[in-house]
Write a protein that binds this ligand. Structure first.
Ligand SMILES: O=C(CO)[C@H](O)[C@H](O)COP(=O)(O)O
Length: 227
């Protein structure tokens, strides 16, 4: 089964604890936390204090996506705050190998992310150091953007590059029941969805997640968990 990871970027920020619990109870497999710095991306979201505050609200895996540069000075803080997986951008630099080494040394799953304009080949030298590769299907910084279909070529390329390894492939940005199928068919194991997961309020969360899950399952015929 494809992992569904709702991004709390699309949640009601005035009720983040309740929202995190509600989406977890509605069937989310992981909780995706988007950290933005107003420098690497043109938006500011939240930092380790919010991750720490949300940790008691669910025991689901916390998948922390750092859209910050530099990331290294903050890795320990996110690990201590309760992140289970920490993903850093290959474009954020300055030393991706060191960042991944540090995340692994902190005992967390290490992820590397690629923007839509970045070639998959850039992560080849660090594939033995990662548990996750996150492919952005929007330009990072904001929720609610349209899925960039051409980024699926990158997903397929990452799938080929990671063949034979236990590396999960995430797709993040514009994931809906319509785009989940093509993303899963291209090789995504983990679907990050913000707007499509949180739309309509808590009463709809279960239905929203089920629709994304079903679209992925239909496209792949997969029913066994991989991540
Ligand atoms: O990383 C992100 C933006 O930088 C978000 O995770 C992503 O955009 C999800 O939101 P949506 O599903 O609304 O596109």
């Amino acid at each position: 089964m494809t992992v569904i990871a709702p991004s709390i970027l699309a949640a009601d920020f005035a009720r983040l604890g309740e929202e995190t619990r509600a989406i977890a109870e509605a069937g989310a497999d992981w909780i995706h936390l988007d950290v933005m710095d107003g420098h690497f991306v043109p938006n500011i979201s939240f930092g380790p204090a919010i991750v720490k505050a949300l940790r008691p609200w669910t025991d689901k895996l916390f998948d922390v996506h750092l859209m910050i540069a530099p990331a290294d000075p903050y890795l320990a803080a996110f690990a201590e705050a309760g992140a289970d997986a920490i993903t850093v951008h290959v474009e954020a630099g300055p030393h991706i190998h060191r960042s991944l080494q540090t995340i692994r040394a902190l005992g967390k799953r290490a992820g590397v992310a690629l923007n839509p304009g970045t070639p998959a080949s850039l992560i080849e030298p660090v594939l033995d150091m990662v548990d996750l590769v996150l492919v952005m299907t929007v330009n990072p910084g904001f929720g609610g953007q349209s899925f960039i279909g051409s980024a699926l070529e990158t997903v397929s390329r990452v799938k080929a590059l990671t063949a034979g390894r236990t590396i999960g492939i995430s797709v993040d940005g514009g994931v809906t029941p319509e785009t989940a199928g093509p993303a899963a068919a291209a090789g995504a194991d983990i679907l990050v969805a913000g707007s499509a997961a949180f739309k309509g309020g808590p009463a709809e969360y279960g239905k929203n997640i089920a629709a994304i899950r079903e679209a992925a399952a239909t496209a792949t015929g997969r029913d066994g968990a991989r991540c």
